[in-house]
Write a protein that binds this ligand. Structure first.
Ligand code: HEM
Length: 153
């Protein structure tokens, strides 16, 4: 597999992982009764792992994206068409929104943990975390779609 393909696959894998893990948390959390022991255990165990995985994905995406850009520049005869530049700019903007939502998810996970330790109600912090993961998944699906569109321009 050429380096260019490997970088493209790594890029897509990170995008799919970021979207998939966030969506999986939302689906799992909404399938359990709120504030039951099972729900608390799931939220406290899954959230820090999901945040860590997505931090790694969020770090690799711009680096592999720049690699994609170089690869695309080398295989094209002329300058990038305006549609390519437009779609890419939108993807980069969505990436920054997803990164901001991810750092907010880290804060929400910390508050959920503090609430668990002090036996406060977990619900507000966990609901905020679920909403943040839902927003990340929504943005990510759009970025994945734009990415596939970009590959075709
Ligand atoms: C800083 C942010 C990003 C940059 C600079 C970037 C850059 C790129 C570039 C240049 C391509 C086109 C490669 C080509 O035409 O061969 C691409 C494709 C793609 N990107 Fe991104 N991207 C970014 C963020 C994202 C995000 C956040 C996602 C998804 C969550 C994503 C998913 C994809 C997908 C699915 C493709 C299509 C791959 C293919 O099938 O060829 N990208 N990206």
């Amino acid at each position: 597999m050429a380096l260019r393909e490997a970088v493209l696959w790594l890029h897509v894998l990170c995008g799919v992982t970021w979207v998939g893990t966030s969506a999986a948390f939302v689906l799992a959390a909404s399938s359990m009764a709120v504030e039951t022991e099972e729900w608390k255990e799931f939220a406290l165990r899954a959230a820090p792992r999901i945040n860590l995985i997505n931090f790694v994905a969020a770090a690799i995406i711009p680096l592999s994206g720049i690699g994609n850009l170089f690869g695309a520049a080398m295989t094209r005869k002329g300058p990038f068409p305006p549609a390519f530049v437009g779609i890419l700019s939108l993807k980069v903007a969505i990436y920054f929104v997803m990164a901001i939502l991810l750092s907010a998810a880290v804060g929400a996970e910390r508050r959920m943990r503090e609430a668990a330790i002090s036996a406060e109600r977990l619900k507000p912090a966990a609901q905020r975390l679920t909403r943040l993961y839902g927003a990340i998944a929504g943005c990510g699906v759009v970025a994945l779609g734009l990415g596939l569109w970009l590959a075709g321009t």
